[in-house]
Design a protein around this ligand. Structure first.
Ligand code: SF4
Length: 391
């Protein structure tokens, strides 16, 4: 099984979790587990299972046959006072549904190989993934690549983006910028995943080497687009925050961060100036010293979501660029809110709480695309502008 290094030490921290997965998540129940639950006779638990586990009117898939109804506050009704799962406590781990047993892990197969990844909406997975330079290393990197005859243009572009993202000589935002230009150059017509000829693979390799050199040499300034970027990113952060519940940390993080950026500013221009100063004086020194943190977020995102390997390319790029822009914006704000400076725990909190809403609420991704398309329809260059630093 191919898996990033950080997963070898992952284990759920249970009741010590800052933001347990037993709240505000949709928990689908597979058919076999549903039948087991309906047969439970344990006093109290059997009644609660009958009451809270409801068969879906139209089951969507074998794994989504029924669903747990959350309490009005958004918590799982089976979370006990010690913040532990009462189903697991009383019936054992074997009684958990596939959704609960697997989270935050996800497995998939491609080209005869098996892969394992983790969702960073889990605070412990985020902490492990962001806190070590080699957390996203694989025991055998060659296993990440398709066999030569299985290589497609999509695979070659995906691999090129991953390779450039791993290059610590380049700031990670430049790697996302690279993702924009290389996908526009080679995947703009959404090619099917059929084997590519060696000339095409050769040109992708040559283009990657050439563009990487250009990115190393060039500086990019956001210039008079800074206000537009700031408005879009704050708008998306606020809109995602409004989807949070009492159990999410994200709304509080957004408020603390944006309050700091806006403090005392009379208008958006004033807030933008403060944002640029915080970026340069408070955020950048810490981020430069811990450049692997956001880089590992991007690597995990590319890996887990198999970004650009299937489906329309532009929405995937818009989501990657905007998510990165929003995370960085929030960290810049927090850097000003922390007298002692940022810590990697701030990175894990921002990434996991944002992922909890952005990855699990199906309305977020289309809203991100719609927000960008409303300004410049189907524009890669607008999405690229979401990652250029404000200063
Ligand atoms: S979010 Fe992660 S660490 Fe927290 S309870 Fe769930 S699996 Fe465990």
């Amino acid at each position: 099984m191919n898996a990033p290094k950080y997963l070898s030490t992952f284990s759920c921290v249970g009741s010590a979790c800052e933001e347990t997965c037993c709240s505000s998540f949709q928990v689908d129940i597979d058919r076999a587990t549903f039948k087991t639950y309906m047969a439970v006779k344990e006093p109290g638990l059997g009644r609660d299972l009958q009451r809270y586990v409801k068969k879906l009117r139209e089951p969507r898939a074998p794994g989504a046959y029924a669903r747990i109804s959350l309490t009005p506050s958004g918590a799982c009704p089976f979370l006990d006072e010690a913040r532990l799962c009462s189903i697991q406590n009383r019936l054992g781990e074997g009684a958990l549904s596939e959704t609960c047993r697997a989270y935050p892990r996800e497995t998939w197969e491609r080209d005869g190989r098996r892969y394992l990844g983790a969702k960073l909406s889990c605070p412990e997975a985020a902490r492990l993934c962001l806190s070590a330079p080699d957390a996203m290393a694989f025991p055998d990197d060659r296993d990440q690549r398709p066999a030569e005859d299985g290589a497609t243009a999509r695979w070659a572009v995906h691999a090129a983006i991953e390779e450039v993202t791993r290059d610590r000589a380049l700031p990670v935002w430049k790697a996302i910028l690279f993702a924009g230009v290389v996908t526009e150059t080679f995947l703009s017509d959404d090619p099917p995943a059929v084997p590519a000829d060696s000339d095409l693979l050769q040109s992708i390799r040559a283009y990657t080497a050439q563009t990487r050199q250009a990115l190393l040499a060039e500086d990019f300034a956001i210039g008079d687009q800074a206000l537009l970027q700031f408005r879009i990113l704050t708008g998306i952060a606020l809109s995602a925050s409004a989807k949070g519940s009492a159990h999410n940390r994200f709304p509080k993080i957004v408020q603390a961060s944006l309050d700091t950026i806006m403090a005392g500013a009379e208008d958006f221009d004033g807030a933008l100036r403060q944002y640029a100063v915080l970026y340069e004086t408070r955020f950048k020194p810490f981020d430069d010293a811990h450049d692997y943190a956001l880089r590992n977020f991007v690597l995990n995102y590319l890996y887990l979501n198999r970004v650009f390997l299937a489906g329309p390319v532009l929405p995937q790029f818009q989501n990657l660029a905007v998510r990165f822009g929003v995370l960085r914006l929030l960290l810049v704000g927090l850097s000003g809110a922390r007298p002692e400076g940022l810590t990697l725990a701030d990175y894990a909190a921002v990434v996991s709480s944002a992922s909890r809403i952005m990855d699990h609420d199906a309305t977020v991704s289309p809203e991100i695309c719609a927000a960008l398309d409303a300004v410049e329809p189907r524009s890669v260059s607008l999405a690229v502008r979401m990652v250029i630093p404000p200063a």
